[in-house]
Design a binder for this molecule. Structure first.
Ligand code: AOF
Ligand code: ZN
Length: 374
């Protein structure tokens, strides 16, 4: 494998297109990565493909089938290294070799023990291979939960908060405040579709009374589990989260010394209740909660607040991505600060880097940041 000769502007553009195609798999392919593929011959795009469904054909296979004989002599641009394993579908390396493509340019290395190494295999077969083109941070930011799985036993945690210009998340303590606009609300539903679990703290669960389901443009292949941290087991039985409990699982984590009668009440209302150790009167052991989630197959979690849970997750260095929604309002001194108690100097030392360009959604600005790994 080699990264020479250098990529032309056209190469980079085609690879960028492959990345964009891959994103169409959002909500449908995880825990697999999102992958796109573009086949180009004599400067012309002959076919495109993407991994559209978990267990379904890979991006390369889709594109090669669409191209047919036109793939011969073409360059395949793939956002991820072509797999060399027989998984749920045949190895992409074999399909590429059989198709007669002359060159393969790929973005991210595949970290899988069995799937990875496809680039070297293609090179041994006489195909010109260029890649990995992306450095590690870029590769990770495209499919963060997928890559995280190879490095950590804990779930990949993203934190989404809508914050006023003066850093506040609600008008007053205990008052439900809709800060962000309808465009942001639509984006949140799309965002939720790509996660295994949606997490909120008990105060948010009570005050905002969210449903936490996905009701947007992307229908998730598996609806994310709703996860509420409610140390005192105090969430009322008529809270909105219980509404859809028959269709979308609801997990409530409580202190392990919470009143038995309350735990039973929550179970009866439709929740799966998980008592866990507490590390303070209002705070559960988040490492314990997250390990439980990982073991149960919840590998990517979106936390949507509130401020105290957000602060605890940051203090514990559990957050890998921030979706920071800046709302152009000032809430003033009565407003609830986004982080009432970020105390840990560890959190202050973390460096965040942009994962994608900031984006306007209606009046709000979305800033997406990834924790830079040491
Ligand atoms: C590719 N192209 O489009 C994707 C790849 O269980 P399987 O057979 O679907 O294989 C999943 C693994 O294959 C996944 O963990 C990752 O390593 C790779 N994904 N590879 O060449 C694709 N989605
Ligand atoms: Zn493959």
């Amino acid at each position: 494998m080699s990264t020479t000769p250098p990529l032309s502007d056209a190469d980079r553009a085609h690879l960028g297109r492959a990345v964009a195609l891959g994103r169409r798999g959002w909500g449908r392919v995880h825990p697999n990565p999102m992958v796109g593929c573009v086949l180009v011959r004599d400067g012309e795009v002959v076919a495109e493909g993407w991994h559209g469904e978990f267990g379904g054909p890979h991006a390369e296979t889709v594109a090669l089938e669409a191209a047919g004989p036109a793939a011969r002599g073409a360059t395949a641009y793939v956002s991820l290294e072509p797999c060399r394993h027989e998984g749920k579908t045949p190895a992409c390396t074999r399909a590429l070799m059989a198709s007669g493509v002359a060159r393969v340019v790929f973005g991210a290395a595949d970290p899988g023990a069995e799937s990875g190494g496809g680039g070297a295999e293609l090179a041994r077969a006489g195909i010109e291979v260029v890649g990995p083109v992306f450095d590690e941070p870029e590769a990770h930011s495209l499919n963060p939960a997928f890559h995280h799985r190879f490095a950590s036993a804990l779930p990949w945690v993203a934190l989404k908060l809508a914050v006023s210009l003066d850093g506040r998340i609600a008008e007053r303590e205990g008052v439900r405040t809709t800060l962000s606009g309808s465009e942001s609300a639509a984006a949140v539903h799309t965002l939720r579709a790509g996660f295994d679990g949606i997490l909120v703290g008990g105060t948010t669960g009570r005050v905002d009374d969210p449903l936490l389901t996905v009701r947007g443009a992307v229908e998730p292949r598996v609806p994310p589990v709703r996860i509420v941290l409610d140390p005192a087991a105090a969430i009322p039985s008529d809270a909105a989260v219980f509404e859809a409990a028959a269709e979308v699982p609801l997990w409530v984590f409580t202190r392990d010394d919470a009143a038995e009668a309350e735990l039973e009440r929550l179970e009866t209302a439709g929740a799966s209740v998980h008592p866990v150790p507490a590390i303070g009167p209002h705070e559960l052991d988040l490492g314990h909660v997250l390990r439980h989630c990982a073991v149960a197959g919840v590998g990517a979690i979106l936390c949507e607040g509130g401020g105290r849970l957000a602060a605890s997750l940051l203090n514990g260095d559990f957050v890998r991505r921030l979706y920071w929604v800046v709302v152009p309002r000032l809430l003033g001194t009565e407003g609830v600060p986004a982080f009432p108690d970020v105390v840990g100097s560890d959190a202050a030392g973390v460096v965040w880097t942009p994962a994608e360009p900031a984006r306007l959604r209606g009046p709000d600005t979305w800033i997406t940041l990834d924790r830079r790994e040491a």
